[in-house]
Design a binder for this molecule. Structure first.
Ligand code: ATP
Ligand code: MG
Length: 455
């Protein structure tokens, strides 16, 4: 045990104290100890104790209790409106499905409980009474920035294949290296990832993609990721042979992922945006590769992958749309940034504000990742676009039927019928976006009877 202090929230200190006063030992454990040691603020505080589930229930009988995890020895106590998970020290029985222990066995000592945890940096416990409990060198690995399995890596990954992806996730999020023995074992056992539930894969993948070390991990472990995302396999080492691209397709993809903000939708979009390229490639007489239609092909691949990985519908649909239109032209014929109002309004009409902003970011990242542009150039283009968009939006312009100053009833009163009503509304909206008529009722009704609206 070492004397290192962690400042516990008062509710957590109270929970530990009450367990102690009833004669049980108790510690905070896992992610919160790791994050506190790194100087980060933990997003939750897990507690483990020598008390058995019934005994925990007895100690906190006057508090609100949630029993969902009780089978695994976990009871949730709500204190100050915050839920805290309290778990009896346990070890896992055997893992016949490589994912879930067949049984859990309660034990009396915190060190035994720590020995079932995945990585040394996650296998530390702390209490004000006993200080830090770190039997596997977690502190040292935090200092050396290493992800290392507790115990024999192959055995630990065989028990639970999700740990393979957790290793990559923590290495990405904390920008740590992976210890050589852990690295070798996770590569060897990567094919067993097919036993892990899609939801769990997706959760870890998204965190991995949003980590500070994502580029390094994507470069070093594409084959591991391809075990559950085979859609990326054709991109690995793929030579594009195109004069707009300096890098192979996987390196381009990695750079594009790094080039967008750490937002799940944007990062996944960039991971998948060019997956359709190998399948649609044609090669001209000069040996140059062309990829016409890759946007749609990538969107179709994305749809399959995202459905399989059980992304929520809203994220899935957004990602498919952004992949589909990732390189929709945002420039004039002469290559300059298109800040034309009518042009921007039509894009807003087509995609909505949030997606237009996302497309600006996607363009910046995609262009930079070609290797033939500079950060300065792309940043300037990006800012010019954003400034023009902000200025335009500050005037509350109309770019959807919802905010058009006339509606279907107005057109009925003006004598239109059936599908003509929809056509005329669309025609008026386009005229407003093109600056041909003001978005005012009278002006719009008058415009309807003008020859220009006859088409
Ligand atoms: P996060 O910041 O994502 O919550 P965390 O380390 O707290 O990170 P959790 O999934 O909340 O991760 O798990 C809490 C603790 O439980 C971990 O720190 C680790 O000690 C242990 N743990 C979680 N998943 C596994 C696993 N698959 N195998 C072994 N131990 C695990
Ligand atoms: Mg946690």
């Amino acid at each position: 045990m070492q004397d290192q202090r962690i400042i516990l929230p008062s509710a957590v200190a109270e929970l530990l104290l009450r367990l102690n006063q009833s004669g049980y030992s108790a510690f905070v454990v896992g992610g919160c100890v790791r994050d506190s040691s790194l100087g980060l603020s933990p997003h939750d505080w897990d507690i483990c104790t020598s008390a058995l589930p019934d005994e925990i229930r007895g100690v906190f009988r006057n508090e609100r209790l949630i029993e969902t995890g009780i089978r695994h020895g976990t009871l949730t106590v709500v204190l100050d409106h915050t839920p805290y998970e309290i778990t009896t020290y346990r070890v896992d029985g055997s893992y016949s499905d490589h994912r879930h222990p067949d049984e859990v066995v309660f034990v009396g000592d915190v060190c035994e409980d720590l020995s079932r945890r995945d990585f040394t940096i996650n296998a530390m416990a702390y209490s004000d009474e006993d200080g830090l409990v770190d039997p596997f060198g977690g502190q040292e690995d935090l200092r050396s920035r290493l992800i290392r399995c507790v115990g024999d890596p192959e055995k630990r990954f065989e028990e639970d294949a999700l740990r393979i992806l957790r290793a990559l996730r923590f290495a990405s999020v904390f920008d740590f290296q992976i210890d050589p023995a852990t690295d070798a074992a996770l590569r060897k056992l990567a094919p067993t990832l097919n036993r892990v539930a899609a939801e769990r894969i997706r959760e870890e993948l998204v965190k991995l993609l949003c980590g500070a070390g994502v580029g390094r991990i994507l470069r070093a472990y594409p084959e591991v990721l391809a075990e559950f995302l085979p859609e990326i396999r054709p991109m690995i080492g793929y030579q594009q042979q195109n004069h707009h691209h300096l890098y192979d397709l996987w390196e381009h993809t990695v750079r594009a992922v790094e080039g967008v903000p750490a937002d799940p939708v944007l990062r996944v979009t960039m991971l998948l945006h060019d997956t359709g390229k190998p399948a649609v490639r044609t090669t001209d007489d000069m040996g140059e590769g062309h990829y016409r239609g890759h946007q749609l092909a990538s969107a179709q691949i994305a749809e399959k992958a995202l459905t399989r990985l059980r992304f929520d519908n809203q994220s899935r649909d957004r990602i498919i749309l952004l992949v589909r239109y990732h390189d929709i032209p945002l420039r004039n014929e002469n290559g300059s940034v298109n800040t034309d109002q009518a042009f921007l309004l039509r894009r807003l009409n087509q995609f909505g504000e949030e997606n237009v902003r996302a497309l600006f970011r996607i363009h910046r990242a995609d262009r930079m990742a070609t290797g033939y542009s500079t950060p300065e150039k792309e940043e300037l283009r990006y800012r010019t676009r954003v400034a023009a968009l902000n200025q335009l939006l500050s005037g509350n312009p109309c770019y959807s039927l919802r905010t058009l100053a006339v509606d279907g009833n107005d057109l009925k009163r003006a004598g239109y019928r059936g599908k003509e009503i929809g056509e005329k509304l669309q025609c008026l909206l386009e005229a407003v976006m093109d600056g041909l008529v003001d978005n005012q009722r009278e002006a719009l009704l008058q415009y309807l009877s003008s020859p220009r609206a006859a088409t």
